[in-house]
Design a protein around this ligand. Structure first.
Ligand code: UD1
Length: 436
């Protein structure tokens, strides 16, 4: 069982290159199933969720080749299977995105129902209601979702909550549903706009992605060849920004879209962190941000909301920063009901944090101290890494398979910026620090 071993207290310095977006890439890989031909994607992050999606696409008949250097080629010409393996849907909820392309291209779909997870119940009712509105007959029986549609058609779709997953899934599916569709109260995340750009390059007719009303004019066929580069991962970038701030470091985040990070950067600035866009006339310097902290940060309240609000995926890493900031703060999550599992682990490191309902109440302490802690989910793991980088002494983080789902080369990137972090498989963790 591998763990991260971190000795805290080293300020991060230098440049960290941000990878392609996990969430953006997952949606686009599923959308590649609509293409009766080859889709080549670049800037694909080297993370476990992407390989899980690759395996899912293979299992339903597509050819998937990871070309190295962040590129993957998906050939969905022979996509012909209408059943998806349950183990892959259980491993990653986004695997459920294959349901829509199955209906749109093959007229049938049988995919197991993704369960709840560590961060909340996470139902799929918006997805299913949307598929029904698009003309599919859908039933759920014994944990399996079955869908049938001789032919999909455009429809007016309304989401009770601007769900990123439902917007992604319904936008992909309605591309090949002839007639006009509208998704009202749609999610507005940059990954949704990127997916629409990808689909439009393929010949889809999508308008309004990035706003809360998306119009789709369904087409019969898409192009059969496509090359596309995935947008940078704003959540990974935000995590490194928190790591830079908590260690009072000075880090350049390379390959970011600063506007996608606005909700986080504004909060960091309110906390006293310097954020400088490195805007020069050199084109390659566009999309670089410098994040620098020279003193103890100040507490500010965080309200995680749908985009463009503060991202729920970053309320955990920023809570680690708050736990050593001056003052008190409330962190509230309006997106997921149970995203505070990291709080008890942070408390083991000396944080003064109390959770009540959908909020965590934090009173900043001077220093955290190293401890043995457990990552219960992806972003909880990111929070613990951020905390460990600034803690006194040694922290051992278990459950790092969660972190591997979403952070590409995390140890290498942090070590490159001066952090003392290693990944190792040791049965007697404490001896590791004595050994080096
Ligand atoms: C996606 C992201 C995840 C991010 C989240 C919110 C991917 C692969 N994952 O997750 O990293 O934290 O958006 O930004 O892109 N809901 C329903 N019914 C549904 C669908 C959602 O009630 O059919 C609820 C959820 O339980 C949750 C809220 O809507 O409370 C938002 O969920 P959603 O945006 O769908 O999250 P995911 O797409 O699962």
């Amino acid at each position: 069982m591998e763990q991260f071993f971190v000795r805290g207290g080293r300020p991060l310095h230098g440049t960290i290159r941000v990878s392609g977006s996990k969430n953006g890439c997952l949606g686009i890989m599923a959308a590649a199933l609509l293409v009766k031909g080859k889709t080549t994607l670049h800037n694909v992050p080297d993370i476990r969720d992407i390989y899980t999606m690759g395996e899912m696409l293979r299992q339903v008949g597509a050819e998937v080749e990871f070309l190295g250097n962040g590129s993957v080629c998906i050939d969905a010409t022979s996509f012909d299977r209408t059943q998806a393996p349950e183990s892959l849907v259980r491993a990653m909820r986004a695997s459920f995105y294959v349901f829509g392309p199955m209906l749109a291209r093959l007229g049938r779909a049988e995919v197991s129902q993704p369960g709840g997870c560590e961060i909340g119940a996470r139902p799929i009712d918006f997805h299913l209601k949307g598929m029904q509105a698009l003309g599919a007959k859908v039933e759920v029986n014994g944990g399996i979702v079955r869908g049938e549609a001789a032919r999909l058609h455009g429809a007016q779709l309304y989401l009770d909550f601007p769900s990123a997953g439902a917007t992604t899934h319904l936008m992909i599916t309605s591309c090949l549903a002839p007639g006009k569709s509208t998704i009202e109260n749609a999610a507005t995340e940059p990954e949704i706009s990127d997916l629409a750009a990808f689909l439009n390059h393929l010949g889809a007719r999508i308008d309004g992605a990035g706003s809360d009303t998306i119009n789709i004019d369904g087409v019969e066929e898409l192009k059969t060849e496509m090359e596309f580069s995935i947008l940078p991962d704003r959540i990974e970038a935000g995590t490194f920004a928190c790591a830079a701030a908590i260690t009072r470091g000075d880090v350049v985040l390379d390959r970011v879209v600063p506007s996608h990070l606005l909700p986080v950067l504004v909060k960091l600035q309110d906390m006293g962190v310097e954020v400088l866009p490195l805007d020069t006339s050199e084109p390659e310097q566009l999309g670089r941000l410098r994040v620098r902290a020279t003193a103890r940060t100040q507490c500010v309240d965080i309200l995680a909301m749908p985009h463009p609000g503060f991202p729920t995926d970053l309320q955990q890493p920023i809570a680690s920063l708050l736990s050593v900031s001056q003052g008190t703060a409330t962190v509230t999550d309006q997106v997921f009901e149970n995203r505070f599992k990291y709080a008890s682990e942070l408390a083991r490191m000396g944080a003064n944090i109390r959770v009540e309902g959908r909020s965590a109440f934090v009173t900043g302490v001077e220093r955290l101290c190293g401890a043995s802690v457990l990552a219960t989910d992806l972003r909880a793991g990111a929070a613990l890494v951020v905390a460990a980088l600034a803690a006194n002494g040694e922290t051992v983080i278990s459950g790092i398979d969660h972190i591997d789902r979403g952070y590409s080369g995390l140890v290498e990137k942090l070590r490159g910026a001066g952090a003392d972090i290693v990944r190792a498989d040791l049965t007697e963790p404490r001896s590791f620090f004595r050994a080096v």
